[in-house]
Design a protein around this ligand. Structure first.
Ligand code: TYD
Length: 139
């Protein structure tokens, strides 16, 4: 499986404030089909808890901070995001959980596909079964 990784985005520093951009697939390994963001997230909640079969993502802490835990069913990877010039690239087939949202945080997600509920796996046992079918019985 392709590994998740942090991608450093361009940062234009300016005394008036900094600017970061993503342009087509120049900075990230996919063309952007959709952007969504979560905000007004109450303290202590957990978001995500699903996997995507075809949709790739870049997750950015546009404001504040939160943690992203990615699992392939065997290995787990934890990323603390707190810089708006840093994106977490999430390849397909990772189970994702987001928690530890700071007050006022904004989680912005660039996605490779339009929204489709059919692309989600929301049940963890179903996810493990899906991974077993893809990668063999060690799952
Ligand atoms: P979901 O992806 O489960 O949120 P999160 O992973 O942040 O916890 O989506 C929550 C709801 O919003 C769900 O009913 C589907 C809907 N939704 C859309 O309609 N369009 C979208 O682009 C996204 C991401 C979600």
């Amino acid at each position: 499986m392709e590994l998740p990784r942090i991608i450093e985005l361009p940062k234009i520093e300016d005394y008036r404030g900094n600017l970061t951009f993503v342009q087509n697939c120049d900075q990230i390994p996919f063309d952007i089909a959709r952007v969504y963001w979560t905000y007004d997230v109450p303290g202590g909640v957990v978001r995500g808890s699903h996997a995507h079969k075809e949709n790739e993502s870049l997750i950015v802490a546009a404001s504040g901070s939160f943690d992203v835990i990615l699992s392939d069913g065997i290995r787990e990877y934890k990323f603390s995001l707190n810089r708006s010039y840093r994106g977490l690239y999430v390849p397909v087939n990772y189970w994702r959980t987001l928690d530890n949202f700071s007050s006022g945080s904004v989680c912005m997600v660039l996605s490779s596909k339009p929204y489709s509920e059919d692309d989600y796996i929301r049940d963890y046992d179903e996810y493990l079964e899906y991974m077993r079918n893809l990668y063999g019985k060690d799952y």
